[in-house]
Design a protein around this ligand. Structure first.
Ligand SMILES: N[C@@H](CCC(=O)N[C@@H](CS)C(=O)NCC(=O)O)C(=O)O
Length: 212
């Protein structure tokens, strides 16, 4: 049995898991789901109901970081090999994006839903992106010419910040962050990760191989 990846195209967590799978070249079956109508087959193996979920022969991985670790453990030859210092930096930034940045991003994107002041959360995102800006020393990726775990993990969220208000985003003085995002969005990896697939349907199951 091939590993089965339950995924939702626009979800930033699923996006980073798909990128890790592409980079590792491990063949999977991809099942595109709708968040408002999750398949029972997925909920049965992961009742918490978030994507991505990777079903392996002997275990279920239902946190994107676990899926990424698993994929890069199979093959990490296409990913930047971090020095100890870079690894620490990378882990700190990923943790910050998954907690504080994501918290403010959601409230910035959906300010009316949260009944909160958009500017406060936009400002918090700005502060963090300015900090990232000052820690970026290389190009085109954060650690130089090869994509790293850090790039894969945080760029889907930086992209969402841009999508929330492109004019505002482009007008900020984090030019290295903007260049990094542009490089990401024009990469073959991003194009492949964002390919559209038909919804998976148990009644007419069609095996979609990924990456293909
Ligand atoms: N910590 C999880 C978060 C995954 C997550 O929150 N995914 C969202 C979509 S972007 C989700 O599935 N939400 C459930 C829903 O909207 O019903 C991970 O890293 O995999």
């Amino acid at each position: 049995m091939l590993p089965i990846l339950y995924s939702f195209r626009r979800c930033p967590y699923a996006m980073r898991a798909r990128m890790a799978i592409i980079l590792s070249s491990v063949e999977c079956e991809l099942r595109e789901v709708l968040l408002k109508n999750k398949p029972q087959a997925m909920l049965k193996i992961s009742p918490k109901g978030t994507v991505p979920v990777l079903q392996l022969q002997n275990r279920i991985l239902d946190e994107s970081m676990d899926i990424i670790d698993w994929a890069l453990h199979q093959n990490s030859s296409r990913v930047h090999a971090c020095s100890e210092h870079q690894s620490t930096l990378s882990n700190d930034w990923i943790a910050l994006f998954d907690s504080k940045f994501k918290y403010h991003l959601d409230r910035y994107k959906y300010a009316s839903r949260y009944k909160e002041t958009l500017e406060d959360h936009q400002n918090e995102c700005l502060q963090l992106l300015m900090e990232l800006e000052s820690s970026i020393e290389s190009a085109p990726w954060v650690f130089g010419k090869t994509i790293s775990l850090l790039d894969i993990c945080i760029l889907p969220f930086i992209r969402q910040t841009k999508i929330a208000n492109p004019e505002w985003f482009q007008a900020q003085s984090f030019s290295k962050v903007i260049a990094l995002l542009e490089h990401f969005e024009s990469s073959a990896l991003f194009t492949q990760a964002m390919k559209k697939f038909p919804l998976w349907n148990l009644d007419e199951p069609e095996i979609v191989l990924f990456p293909n």
